[in-house]
Design a protein around this ligand. Structure first.
Ligand code: R5P
Length: 297
C-alpha cells in the first residue's frame, strides 16, 4: 500500500503516515502561470494499492481537479487500486435539486470520481446519510462522533445538566447517535428555516434549556451563521454554558471572527479540513481524525 497526499490537507496525510509508520508517496504538483496544474507520480506504483488523501473544501474546484489528476496519474502508472480519502466531501450539500433549474453538483462530482478510476471512497460525517447510495463504488462513511463523545466524557459533561442540541431538524440522526454514546443524554433539535434564494436563516423558539450546559453538534461550520444564531437562541432561553462540536471547519468568509465573538465558550472541530494560521482563534480546539482514518486503511 502506498499513500499520497494532494495539497489540500497535507498535515492530516502526514499524521496518517506517521501512525502507519510509512513514508508519504512522492508526487510532483507543478502550477503553471495560468494556474493549470501538472501532476506526476514520482515513484513506482505498478501493482500497488494506492491511497490519496485530499480534502475538498475551499477551493473545492481546484482541490477536486488536483485529485482527479492524481488518480489519473496513478492509474496510468499501473496502480492496482486507488482509494480516495476525502475527509470533507465538497459539494455534498448539493445532492439533489432544491429549486427548479438547478444542477445536482454532487452527482456530477461522483460521476467524475468514478470515471477517473477511483475504486473506493473514505469520507467522514456526510451532510446526508443517503449520499453513499449515490455512488457505484464502495463508500466507507466514518464519523467523528465517537471522538466527540470521548471529550464530553473526559470533561464529565455527561454527568449533569447537559443537553445536546441539533441546530436543525436534519441533524437529529446525528445527535441521537451521539446521545446513544453518552448513556442516552437528552437532546433537542431547533427548527431552522433557510431562505433558499438568499441563504438567510431563521430559527423557531425552543424550551427546556434554562440553566443547562448546551452542546451544539453539527456536521460542518461554513459561514458560522447557524452556530451563532443557535447559540444566541440558547442563551436567550437561559442556557448557562454553550459548547460546539462540528466535524468540518469549512470556515468561509469571516466565520472565525463571528465564532470568536459569539456567546459560545469553546468550539471543537476536527482536522478533516486544514485550517490556515489566520483562521485560527482562541475559542477553537482542533481534534484529529488521523487515527480513525489510519485504522481503516
Ligand atoms: C446545514 O444543514 C448544515 O448541517 C450546517 O448547519 C450548515 O451547512 C452550516 O452552514 P453555516 O455555517 O453557513 O450556517
Amino acid at each position: 500500500m502506498k499513500i499520497f497526499s494532494g495539497s489540500a490537507n497535507k498535515p492530516l496525510a502526514d499524521k496518517i503516515v506517521k501512525l502507519l509508520k510509512k513514508p508519504l508517496g512522492r508526487l510532483e504538483i507543478h502550477i503553471f502561470p495560468d494556474e493549470e496544474k501538472r501532476v506526476a507520480v514520482m515513484e513506482e506504483v505498478l501493482g500497488q494499492d494506492c491511497i490519496v488523501v485530499q480534502s475538498t473544501s475551499i477551493n473545492a474546484d481546484k482541490n477536486y481537479m488536483e485529485l482527479f489528476f492524481i488518480a489519473d496519474a496513478l492509474k496510468r502508472n499501473g496502480a492496482k487500486s486507488v482509494t480516495a480519502v476525502i475527509p470533507y466531501l465538497g459539494y455534498q450539500r448539493q445532492d439533489h435539486v432544491f429549486r427548479e433549474g438547478e444542477a445536482v453538483s454532487m452527482g456530477v462530482i461522483i460521476k467524475i470520481l468514478e470515471i477517473v478510476g477511483i475504486h473506493k471512497l473514505i469520507t467522514l460525517d456526510l451532510h446526508s446519510s443517503r449520499i453513499p447510495e449515490l455512488f457505484n463504488i464502495p463508500v466507507l462513511h466514518l464519523s467523528a462522533l465517537p471522538i466527540f463523545a470521548k471529550i464530553i466524557k473526559e470533561k464529565h459533561w455527561d454527568e449533569d445538566k447537559t443537553i445536546i442540541v441539533s441546530p436543525d431538524m436534519g441533524g437529529i440522526r446525528r445527535v441521537k447517535i451521539l446521545c446513544g454514546l453518552l448513556r442516552n443524554m437528552p437532546y433537542i433539535a431547533i427548527e431552522k428555516n433557510r431562505d433558499l434564494k438568499s441563504g438567510k436563516i431563521s430559527m423557531e423558539e425552543i424550551q427546556g434549556v434554562a440553566e443547562k450546559r448546551a452542546i451544539i453538534v453539527d456536521d460542518m461550520i461554513s459561514t458560522g451563521a447557524t452556530i451563532v444564531k443557535a447559540a444566541d437562541l440558547l442563551r436567550k432561553k437561559g442556557a448557562e454554558e454553550i459548547f460546539v462540536f462540528a466535524t468540518h471547519p469549512v470556515f468561509a468568509g469571516n466565520a472565525p471572527v463571528l465564532l470568536q465573538k459569539s456567546v459560545v465558550s469553546k468550539i471543537f472541530v476536527t482536522d478533516t479540513i486544514s485550517i490556515s494560521q489566520e483562521k485560527l482563534f482562541p475559542k477553537l480546539e482542533v481534534l484529529s481524525v488521523a487515527g480513525m482514518i489510519a485504522e481503516n486503511l
